[in-house]
Design a protein around this ligand. Structure first.
Ligand SMILES: Nc1ncnc2c1ncn2[C@@H]1O[C@H](COP(=O)(O)OP(=O)(O)OP(=O)(O)O)[C@@H](O)[C@H]1O
Ligand SMILES: [Mg+2]
Length: 501
């Protein structure tokens, strides 16, 4: 049962709404300069920085500024977000397309986006994206179990990467033409590109170097991504291209004071702001500290702040310490899921039915630790919260929650629309639940499909999992097949094919 919580949950850990955005004057000016050039030449810009530093919030603020310009209210803003589930082929780009479809259907843009050329470009790109992913996405999942779904994939659709690239370029070209004709700029925003799989990175790279006038492409990239090479790769791409990088670092005293005032109604004196600047200047830590002060009813002095910080293991730990019990329990039960989290699967994980599911989604909105995504799914308000929960699980709890997640996906898959997300989630949960038979079969099958789609990184991750599972099963034939597949992929990764990628 969802218990009714009277207590306020605190200020949300989701990216800051643009009206509450604080400071970052210099970075905003740099972005404004890029924006002012976009009408004449298409522009790209990368916002970078460590976890929780405020990249997504700045991206939100940029969207707002695009629309604050003269005539800007009529400027389309398209958003896509990359989530931490390798292999979601072009899913952030497909989100951009959905946004464009919504914009085209909205009366706000008059008939400009309604133009026949635009509609045609959207239809074509949508079709090409769909066909490209069809090799990996099954045609329909119906109500089958993990073993049975193999074998219902589409046949080779004959759409290669070049057609995807061309369709997306044409779409941007058409959008740019419409913008330039009316003195506007369309903003294309991509959050968390450090998580992008190789195909998505390739498309991003190919479009960012050749943007048509009227288009601003802004994307964020974490500089520390848990050993991944996302940022290093992006940096390499940007080198010599003239594409600017706007790096974010900790907040300064005056920004910290502004944040306390604007978002928490706390008036922070200079000594307290100084301590925060030295010890916890990243906005996520500030959010956790201010929420804790408010929750405990403490005045924000240097001494109380030092006390709050001394008692906390880390900023995410501090954030959780001030949450009501029900919020902590939800977070713990849901942390093994890969975002976007479908409502049906969350309800199943929390064992809720009927009216309790509606209550759950309402409470999640207010909770400050989950956020609702445009497609109706959910995500943790901030990835650091999910990472903290995952790290805190015991090995047994991790296995049990993954087994439950796999079961929940199997039960709800006939009602879920994100087919690729279902499959990749299932493969991941079977593996971590140590259901090695199902994990090996599904990972091997998906691995070969990603190989054919030239996403060798994802193919390798899946195939290596299949190897581990086959070893645990003691199935020699399966193990030999998985090793052979791995060798094939490795040849591609290290061979000449990589160079053309
Ligand atoms: N300039 C700002 N003004 C007010 N609040 C902010 C600002 N920047 C960040 N925040 C708040 O700090 C927290 C972290 O910000 P955000 O999610 O934008 O960081 P991030 O760099 O995108 O993190 P990640 O690398 O994990 O994606 C959020 O709760 C957000 O609301
Ligand atoms: Mg972010």
């Amino acid at each position: 049962m969802v218990e009714v919580q009277q207590r306020a949950w605190g200020v949300s850990y989701a990216p800051s709404p643009p009206e509450e955005f604080c400071g970052r004057q210099e970075e905003r000016e740099r972005l404004s300069a890029v924006l002012s050039r976009a009408g004449e030449h298409g522009q790209a810009v990368m916002i970078s920085g460590p976890p929780g530093i405020g990249k997504s919030s700045l991206l939100n603020r940029l969207a707002y500024e695009v629309q604050e310009r003269p005539g800007g209210l009529q400027s389309p803003v398209l958003r896509g977000e990359v989530f931490d589930l390798p292999g979601m082929i072009f899913s952030a780009f497909r989100e951009l397309l959905k946004d464009l479809q919504r914009s085209a259907a909205s009366a706000r843009f008059g008939d400009t986006l309604d133009a026949e050329g635009m509609k045609e470009a959207i239809r074509y790109a949508d079709d090409v994206f769909e066909k490209y992913a069809a090799t990996v996405e099954p045609v329909g999942l119906l109500s089958r179990t993990g073993e049975e779904i193999i074998g219902i994939f589409a046949r080779s659709p004959g759409v290669g990467y070049d057609r995807v690239h061309q369709a997306f370029e044409e779409l941007l070209g058409e959008l740019g033409r419409l913008m330039v004709g009316t003195g506007r700029v369309a903003a294309v925003l991509l959050d968390d590109v450090h998580l992008a799989s190789s195909l998505d990175r390739r498309l991003l790279r190919d479009v960012m170097h050749d943007l048509p006038p009227g288009i601003l492409l802004a994307f964020t990239c974490r500089t520390e991504d848990g050993g991944g090479s996302g940022y290093a790769t992006m940096r390499e791409e940007l080198r010599g291209s003239g594409i600017p990088e706007v790096p974010l670092s900790g907040m300064q005293r005056h920004e910290i004071r502004e944040m306390g005032e604007k978002r928490f109604d706390l008036s922070i004196d200079d000594a307290a702001a100084g301590l925060l600047e030295e010890t916890s200047g990243d906005p996520f830590s500030l959010m956790a500290c201010f929420n804790a002060l408010r929750h405990r009813g403490l005045a924000p002095s240097r001494a109380t702040i030092a006390d709050v910080l001394a008692g906390a293991e880390d900023p995410a730990g501090l954030a959780f310490a001030t949450l009501p019990e029900s919020g902590r329990a939800w977070a713990e039960n849901l942390c093994v899921l890969n975002p976007p989290l479908p409502v049906q699967v969350m309800a199943c994980m929390l064992d809720l039915q009927g009216a309790d599911v509606t209550l759950m989604t309402d409470r999640m909105q207010e909770s400050g630790i989950f956020r609702r995504l445009p497609g109706g799914e959910y995500a943790f308000a901030h990835p650091l919260l999910q990472e903290h929960c995952r790290h805190g699980l015991s090995a047994d709890a991790r296995v049990a929650l993954n087994a439950r997640a796999a079961d929940c996906f199997e039960r709800s898959m006939h009602r879920l629309s994100g087919r690729l997300h279902v499959l990749l989630s299932l493969a991941c949960h079977f593996f971590h639940a140590r259901e090695h038979g199902k994990a090996a079969d599904l990972s091997l099958e998906l691995g070969v499909r990603f190989y054919h789609r030239e996403d060798y990184d994802t193919a390798l991750v899946l195939t290596e999992r299949a190897i581990v599972s086959a070893e645990r099963l003691g199935d020699d034939a399966l193990l030999a097949a998985a090793r052979q597949q791995r060798d094939l992929i490795r040849q591609k990764v290290s061979g000449p094919a990589r160079a053309v990628q």
